[in-house]
Write a protein that binds this ligand. Structure first.
Ligand code: NDP
Length: 394
């Protein structure tokens, strides 16, 4: 029977997912792209020449509307690449209709800058009862980074003791300040306190308190700052023997100075403020002013390099490896009209969905990426546009 794929969200990532699903149309079958603004879906659909991509309008905050759409499409799978705020409503609609679910970012409440898996994991029993699977965080980080950890565990270690996830975007879009994915999500993440996990405990740091310089292959040495990142929450549960896990992301001086200034004047606030008789949320207004991340594609040059360094024990000896993936912004844009940040998120979303539809990765309930055999995913990365490298450091 032919599959029917429903993609929700027509931003930078949605564009990549739509293109990549169309390139694998023998698996994804009939593809429908839905978002709040149908014209954005139509624009993406018109870029895809060889495959017909249907489009629809949906308010993904409204479970009833979603249920209607999923039924109308008769979807085999829902790929959620809208915003993290919509995760729960889309999951509920999947439970109601008995359709498999995948996303790339964990739930975050619009009124509280805190993201965690708790509410999504709590739906595990309902997913099992409905006989469906939910795959959480199938982007790059979370996503590929979780798979890299599972691959290291499977092939290189008896026990992994420490993991550092290292995320570098050395792209230059030529603007004094812009975010390369949704500004609200990005700025909330970056301005939050840092956190890492050591010896069974979460340790909190001030924002950007811990810095190191890492020499990223094909990019060079970059200032890298410790942040909290969501894949750590599931990895501490699933990687055996783990003693410490941290996440670092690169930021340039100029980006950090702009951000500090915006924060100091209150522009990153998420509480509504009164302005000339109207209520406005500062960070939402800022989003209106900043360049649309989707528009950065044609102007961004340079590379991304995201990977993990794992240290541990194999056959009684110490071992340290680095698994990483390098993408080139201009090359990504040439292929699917999106820069590398959207590309490196959208391709793994497509791969996760492909493995679910093929029943290569299939388990009822709600799951994280590292719970599955990493090998088929790692193979797909190599053939679908995200080839990776391994270096043995010790
Ligand atoms: P964008 O802001 O570019 O796009 C989001 C899309 O979601 C827009 O098309 C928007 O619709 C749509 N949307 C928002 N609210 C609703 C709603 N209520 N109903 C229907 N559609 C809605 O974001 P990105 O494409 O950059 O990111 C998409 C997702 O990917 C986010 O969840 C982000 O956190 C995640 N991400 C994950 C990464 C990873 O590595 N795991 C890395 C980068 C991003 P409209 O345009 O009509 O307003």
């Amino acid at each position: 029977m032919k599959n029917r794929t429903l993609i929700i969200g027509a931003g930078g990532v949605g564009r990549v997912v739509a293109h990549k699903c169309a390139m694998n149309a023998e698996i994804f079958g009939e593809i429908t792209l839905a978002s709040r603004t149908k014209s954005k879906c139509d624009a993406i659909a018109s870029e895809i020449k060889d495959v017909v991509v249907k489009t629809a309008a949906v308010d993904a905050d409204n479970t009833e509307e979603l249920i209607e759409l999923i039924k109308a499409v008769d979807a085999s799978i829902v790929i959620n690449v809208a915003l993290p705020y919509q995760d729960l409503t889309i999951m509920d609609a999947c439970i109601a209709t008995g359709v498999d679910y995948l996303d790339t970012a964990n739930y975050e409440h619009p009124d509280e800058a805190k993201f965690e898996y708790k509410e999504q994991w709590a739906k595990d029993a309902d997913f099992k009862k409905a006989g469906i699977m939910g795959l959480l965080g199938s982007g790059f980080d979370p996503g590929v980074t979780n798979v890299f950890c599972a691959y290291a565990q499977k092939h290189y270690f008896d026990e992994i003791h420490t993991i550092d996830i290292l995320d570098c975007n050395a792209g230059d879009h030529g603007y004094p300040f812009a975010t390369n994915f949704n500004p609200e999500i990005n700025l909330r993440e970056v301005s939050a306190k840092g956190r890492y996990w050591e010896n069974g405990e979460w340790i909190e740091t001030e924002p950007m308190e811990i810095k190191m310089v890492w020499d990223y292959p094909e990019v060079g040495p970059k200032d890298s700052y410790l942040l909290y990142h969501e894949e750590m929450e599931s990895l501490v549960k699933h990687i055996k023997g783990l003693k410490r896990i941290r996440f670092f992301m690169t930021f340039g001086e100029s980006y950090l100075t702009h951000m500090k200034c915006l924060e100091n004047v209150g522009m990153l606030g998420i509480e509504p403020v009164e302005h000339q008789g109207q209520k406005i949320v500062p960070i939402e207004f800022l989003k209106t002013l900043l360049p649309d991340p989707a528009s950065l594609g044609p102007r961004t040059k340079g590379k991304t390099n995201i990977g993990i360094v794992a240290e541990g024990i194999k056959d009684g000896k110490k071992k340290k490896i680095y698994i990483y993936q390098v993408s080139d912004h201009e090359k990504c844009y040439k292929e699917v009209k999106s820069q590398a940040v959207s590309y490196t998120t959208g391709v793994p979303a497509m791969i996760g969905a492909k493995l679910m539809l093929e029943k290569v990765w299939y388990k009822e309930g709600v799951h994280n990426m590292e719970e599955f055999d990493p090998d088929p995913f790692m193979e797909e990365l190599n053939t679908q546009g995200l080839p990776w490298q391994i270096k043995e450091l010790e």
